[in-house]
Ligand binder design. Structure first.
Ligand code: AMP
Ligand code: GLY
Length: 420
């Protein structure tokens, strides 16, 4: 199978790594990709937001499957353009991607499908905002309605800060605070059948102990030893299948990856958000544990054949990933700093630990040097017989990496490994 992946993050590196290990994949391309993906796939330049350009590239390459990684191209309708060219594509249509593109739309779908989520108000004026904040009380949860790369949400006890964030958005969703641990559960769907993957946990805050601002995600692990073994079945039945059914009944079937961000509250499971694509960094740990070759699974979703897919096979291993971010992330990150230690990890820690690249590129003057090129730079991933071993291996590899001014959390999966 000839496969083209669109995107340039650590999630796309994880997808490309798995695809490169799949014997069914005969040619693998990634556009635009990054310095790490270049080691497993042939890179092509493309404007990932331009549907016509992406579908032209897919035709030129003879792609038999296109996988659209990030949300922005999906919301821009890139999957539709590829589908219109007659090429199977893994990723929802522009209309279906509104499940991620608009928090108000997602709330409406959940209400119609009877999916448990927090109570909320959609507000457009300061008066509505003040009323909603007063109705729920602290802690306040204020979400920009549109796409914001994980940075549009403010959770705070400070009423003024909550109102100020709302004032900076055109339309906001203000909702009830959900207490309890968070779980990310991904499902592959063709619009009818739904196949859940293994759950993972993401660390959204920038600093150890869940302090600091929200980020795109600073680390993740899977499995979740503390979670109820029935969790996946319950979420399939109460969240994933009803949502996929509701989207189909609306005439906008959702195919691709449905990401449920969940809070496990004392009153049961609640959806915090939906995303319309693989999560980053959770994908790095989920794919590290998937034994079934990936290409056939994604192709079956793209062609409406998921019902015939044999059950997925999973490794008993645990996986941990630690994100190394640039100086000042999630603010405006410093870029262009050289990265050292990549060859040492490959020589000393493989195959149990490996580095997935996010914001990296080759130095323009020195093709042997990889430099930082974004906020999240690397996602150092490791597997082990349990979380303790996986996290030891991940942090050992993190210790070999040099990147001036960089930051990473030291407590990824620590509580879960300790059985807390
Ligand atoms: P979202 O972009 O909706 O996933 O929100 C980003 C993060 O903000 C989530 O992962 C949670 O940590 C936090 N958050 C969002 N909504 C709520 C809520 N209703 N209650 C508590 N925390 C929330
Ligand atoms: N890890 C959070 C996200 O992908 O949105």
């Amino acid at each position: 199978m000839n496969v083209l992946v669109i995107g340039s993050g650590a999630r796309e590196h994880a997808l490309c790594r798995s695809l490169s290990l799949d014997p069914a994949v005969t040619a693998l391309y990634c556009a635009p990709g990054n310095a790490g993906i270049a080691e497993v796939a042939e890179l092509r330049q493309v404007d990932a937001l331009d549907g016509e350009a992406v579908s032209a590239l897919a035709v030129e390459l003879g792609a038999e499957l296109v996988i659209v990684g990030p949300e922005a191209p999906l919301v821009a309708g890139v999957a539709d353009a590829v589908r219109d060219a007659g090429i199977p594509v893994f990723g929802p249509s522009k209309e279906a991607a509104q499940l991620e593109g608009s928090k108000a739309f997602a709330k409406d779908v959940m209400a119609a499908a009877g999916v448990p989520t927090s109570r909320s108000y959609v507000c457009t004026t300061p008066e509505e905002v003040a009323e909603a904040l007063d109705a729920f009380g602290a802690p306040y949860v204020v979400k920009d309605d549109g796409l914001a790369a994980g940075k549009g949400v403010v959770v705070t006890d400070d009423l003024e800060a909550a109102a100020a964030h709302a004032a900076g958005c055109e339309r906001v969703v203000i909702e009830e605070f959900l207490d309890g641990p968070e779980v990310s559960l991904f499902a592959i769907t063709d619009g009818v059948s739904v196949v859940p993957l293994q759950p993972a946990q993401d660390f959204k805050r920038a600093l150890d102990g869940d302090e600091g601002p929200n980020t795109g995600g600073m680390g993740a692990y899977s499995p979740l030893p503390w979670a109820d073994p029935k969790l996946v079945d319950e979420v399939l039945e109460t969240v994933l299948q009803p949502t996929v059914d509701e989207m189909r009944h609306r005439g906008t079937p959702f195919s691709g990856l449905l990401y449920a961000g969940l809070a496990i509250t004392s009153r049961g499971v609640r959806v915090i958000e939906f995303n319309a694509r693989f999560g980053d960094p959770e994908t790095q740990v989920v794919l590290a544990r998937l034994k079934t070759p990936l290409a056939g699974v994604l192709k079956a979703a793209a062609t409406g054949d998921l019902a015939d897919l044999p059950a997925l096979r999973w490794s008993e291993d645990a996986a941990v990933t630690v994100v190394i971010a640039s100086h000042n992330y999630p603010g405006t990150p410093r870029t262009g700093d050289p990265i050292s230690g990549l060859a040492e990890v490959a020589a000393e820690d493989a195959p149990h630990a490996y580095v997935l690249h996010a914001g990296t590129k080759y130095d323009a003057d020195d093709r042997d040097t990889v430099v930082s090129a974004g906020g999240r730079v690397l996602s150092v991933t490791a597997t082990g017989t349990d979380l303790t071993e996986a996290r030891e291996r991940a942090y050992q590899a993190v210790g070999r990496i040099g990147l001036d001014g960089s930051q990473h959390r030291t407590d990824i999966a620590a509580k879960a490994a300790a059985g807390a």
